[in-house]
Ligand binder design. Structure first.
Ligand SMILES: [Zn+2]
Length: 68
């Protein structure tokens, strides 16, 4: 294996690891983007698949609410 292809392989592995880290959703779960009704901050919530109303606390102001 040449130096060039070894470096490409290493970069590919790093990229794959980064992509895996970004995908944290387990099967059967869905990610909901909810905007806080109090401060308007976006919150990313993991919920069971099919769930429409999910209780969550805002990351910014800790306001407890449900997704719409
Ligand atoms: Zn908030």
């Amino acid at each position: 294996m040449s130096k060039q292809s070894m470096r490409e392989e290493a970069e590919r592995l790093i990229r794959e690891t980064m992509e895996k880290k970004n995908i944290v959703i387990k099967q059967g779960q869905t990610r909901i983007e909810a905007v806080c009704g109090k401060c308007g901050a976006p919150n990313r919530i993991l919920a069971e698949k099919g769930a429409t109303r999910v209780k969550f606390a805002c990351k910014q102001c800790d306001h407890k609410q449900e997704t719409l």
